[in-house]
Design a protein around this ligand. Sequence first.
Ligand code: ACO
Length: 429
Amino acid sequence: MGEFAELTFRGRTIRLPVVEGTEGDTGLDISVLRKELGAITLDPGYANTGSCRSAITYIDGEQGILRYRGYDIAELAEHTSFLEVALLLLRGELPTRDELDAFTASVKEYMVVHEDLRHFFNAFPKDAHPMAVAGAVIGSLSTFYPESMDPKNIDESKESCRRLLAKLPTIIAWSYKHSLGRPMTYPHHSLGYVENFLHMLFSTPFREYVVDPVVARALELIFVLHADHEQNCSASTVRVVGSSQANMFASISAGVWALWGPLHGGANQALIEMLEHVRNAGLTPQQFVDQVKTRTASIRLMGFGHRVYKNYDPRAKVLKKAAFEVLDKLGVHSELLDIAVKLEEAALKDEYFIQRKLYPNVDFYSGIILQAIGIPLTMFTAIFAIGRMPGWLAQFNEMHRDPDTRIARPRQVYVGQARRDFVPIAQRG
Ligand code: ACO
């Protein structure tokens, strides 16, 4: 037996094998705990629970490190395209030029959605949130492609991966068009993945949207930075749902809805709303930080804090720099960026935030870039979903290839009523 930890409980001692990761992560394998000691672990929010072994993404939250398949996020952000990163996450290696070209061409082919599916959009209210529409339409893809739904079948999974990657931008753009009461724009073969999304979002039959390369690159950067983040809430949701052998479309639609929450992907929208509130209420950044600290209105500084990062989120570092560059190139001045920078300064020197190791996360500057490039506020979380798709797919596939995978089924410590006698309804009251 290799290294182990000893655990003594009520007079019995057991050995728990130590599992070492390649970058020094250490886990204690507690899978025999209940059988041997009759006890389980209790870990609300799973903050100390490893749910799997994974070779996709590495995070060192103390140092502020993020790597996809071993490559540093800042390098990937500078040098790669989104579909290149998608292939890296899905296959484990960076593609050659030919591989990337072939993959890009096949994804572009799949961007168009089944014509019958287009009619679904008419059934949603005009003010339907794009994340609600995206989750519903993605789930419905399972009714169109029943022949590619076996999660254990590698070829079927590849097919579904391409469909999901390709169709989400179309679904999101069409949900926006529906909200405006405008005709849906089809993807165009001459355009790249990101350009096509912008084209479907903004072109109309009477006015072609000419894609500005600065805008396309900024959006691509945001997609790359969001592509995976190991066992976060939505990726874990995808794994939990998929562990029942539910198909990829069902599992990914659950992930979309998990991402929607304001404590997860919904924070980028909440961040802009917060900055607008600070501006409209005429608050100084320090006054707002003070309000957050008093906790009376249970407000949080959105875009700050992270379960894993106890240091500056490396994605926020890249995005802060990019925010200034993009705004400069577009000749845009953003009052909200000024407020954000001052809020960051006020928070980073405040004892409340220092003590709790709260730093800007990915959402703190992404919203400002999205706003500057003309993305409507209600679409922000949906942009995150497009970016996160490769990660969800890679996590789903990895789980299905892992021989240790079992259906996800946590336990509980029951704290309700002990057994009591049933009281017939006539005798209650
Ligand atoms: N503003 C003010 N206080 C905060 C913030 C914040 N943004 N984040 C955490 N805290 C405080 C908590 O009140 C808590 O204080 P306490 O120990 O005195 O009770 C302490 O810091 C620890 O916070 P938890 O909520 O326990 O941390 P957890 O790891 O559970 O939550 C989370 C992480 C959800 C990201 C949290 O920091 C938060 O709500 N941030 C704002 C929302 C946000 O930006 N979400 C996006 C996250 S990144 C992503 O999903 C893409």
